[in-house]
Design a protein around this ligand. Structure first.
Ligand code: HEM
Length: 184
């Protein structure tokens, strides 16, 4: 014999609740997340981002060494590290932008656009840091050059960390995009 009063109220609710549909997951191509800007399947963006990250760190390191030693060599090293970091950063930014524009499953995800905005702020800082030094690389270091370098290091760390989330949490750039990964 079954007794209706023994049924938990929340159990009854669950059974009657309509199935929730994620409107983003309904978009055509939502599960197509594999990189299209790649060499033999290896995404160019993932391969190139290591350079701007490392060079931005090197620039800050050279600024610190200039501050401690006063040797012009370190100010010149910072100029080159920051300049090449910015140029490589723009290159990897273009490859990332191409992924967003051409891969429907990447374009559909909000976190990809969040990453784009964070990365553009980082690139703007890196460019400003380089431009600031072009009219006198030694006098530019203290105080504003080293300040811009410290903020740039923070921003490339945030950008890189967030880019890693896109790949490892949301599977973007891989062939394993899943319909439960549409968060922000
Ligand atoms: C400016 C525009 C940018 C866009 C639109 C963009 C977009 C993306 C996308 C879609 C991914 C997922 C993987 C893929 O599809 O290749 C990704 C990954 C990543 N991004 Fe960006 N990105 C940009 C700039 C940058 C910059 C400037 C950096 C670092 C300085 C960066 C760091 C990363 C990292 C570390 C990953 C993870 C790579 C991996 O572990 O495989 N991104 N980005």
């Amino acid at each position: 014999m079954t007794d209706a009063t023994n049924e938990r109220p929340d159990q009854q609710d669950t059974d009657e609740r309509p199935e929730l549909i994620d409107p983003i997951a309904e978009l055509p191509g939502h599960d197509l997340t594999q990189s299209r800007v790649a060499i033999f399947g290896h995404p160019i963006h993932a391969m190139s981002v290591a350079f701007p990250v490392a060079l931005t760190f090197c620039g800050f390191g050279a600024d610190l060494l200039y501050w401690f030693t006063g040797e012009a060599f370190w100010a010149r090293a910072a100029l080159w590290a920051i300049g090449t970091g910015f140029i490589f950063g723009m290159f990897s930014g273009f490859s990332g932008t191409a992924e967003i524009l051409f891969v429907p499953g990447i374009r559909a995800r909000a976190p990809a656009w969040t990453h784009f905005i964070i990365a553009v702020v980082a690139l703007a800082l890196m460019g400003a840091n380089w431009g600031h030094r072009l009219s006198g690389y030694e006098s530019a270091v203290l105080p504003w050059g080293i300040t811009l370098s410290a903020i740039s290091v923070f921003m490339v760390m945030v950008t890189g960390w967030h880019g890693g989330k896109l790949v490892f949490d949301y599977n973007l750039g891989t062939a394993r995009g899943s319909s439960d990964s549409s968060g922000s």
